[in-house]
Design a binder for this molecule. Structure first.
Ligand code: ZN
Length: 249
């Protein structure tokens, strides 16, 4: 039996909740149009000040259910130490080849959390290397074919940059926030009580407001209520027909 599980879009994040935090609306928008979307979390987020690796795994499963994601995988790399090693590259290459996505979304270099930049470097390189057939990889004992995604986009995080593409996520905003709130231990939630755990940068109510503010600012750029910004990793996007590209409807 083949291990291939073809997806349209594969979303990488350094930690469980990166995908939902930075591009959850885009994920919900794509699944609402019946595109097959997968998420790959590089680490279990075991260094997080709140919750635990096992609780975050449960939360990630629930978030994926809410957003309609087809598959969610955790590569189990070390939180706080995402290294660009041959073994780690092979793990990323294996999951890209397994799902053969046309589009990959991933962390950008610009962020206050160093893991996000490290994840961007690691995954960015693998989007190229996965297309080299002489890099051999195996999935459950089966040799994999080389695969290079057509497009790679970096999502805007805490440090803004000028996006080359903004996705209108207004119509899925409530679903998008529900998938984020599935990470009960991480974000503001008056029902989550664990008095031993400290408040963090992301666990206060103001942070959630900043998530909305960021989406409103991106939306404003394209005349939408809420938007999510991306930068094309490999330079400009080519077209032969600017009308079809710019006026798709
Ligand atoms: Zn993160």
């Amino acid at each position: 039996m083949s291990n291939l599980a073809k997806l349209d879009v594969l979303v990488f994040g350094a930690h469980p909740d990166d995908a939902e935090l930075f591009c959850g609306g885009t994920i919900c928008s794509m699944t609402s149009m019946d595109y097959r979307v997968g998420i790959v979390d590089l680490t279990r987020g075991e260094l997080g000040s709140r919750g635990s690796a096992s609780l975050r795994t449960e939360e990630a499963t629930e978030a994926a259910r809410i957003s309609g994601v087809s598959v969610r995988t955790n590569l189990g790399l070390a939180d706080g130490n995402i290294e660009n090693t041959f073994d780690n590259r092979l793990g990323v290459i294996r999951v890209i080849r397994r799902h053969q996505p046309e589009i990959i979304l991933m962390n950008a270099r610009e962020c206050r959390h160093p893991d996000h930049g490290a994840a961007s470097e690691l995954v960015g390189e693998c989007t190229f290397y996965s297309g080299l057939r002489r890099i051999e990889s195996f999935d459950a004992g089966e040799s994999q074919e080389a695969w290079r995604p057509k497009h790679v986009l970096e999502y805007v995080q805490a440090i803004p940059f000028e996006p080359s593409l903004v996705v209108d996520v207004s119509h899925v905003w409530e679903q998008r926030m529900a998938s984020l709130m599935a990470f009960k231990s991480q974000f503001y939630n008056p029902d989550y009580k664990n008095n031993d755990e400290p408040d963090t940068y992301i666990s206060n109510e103001g942070f959630l407001k900043s998530v909305e503010a960021r989406a409103r600012m991106q939306g404003l750029r394209i005349g939408a209520t809420f938007g999510e910004g991306f930068r094309n990793f490999n330079g400009p996007i080519g077209t032969k027909d600017i009308v079809a590209t710019l006026m798709p409807e």
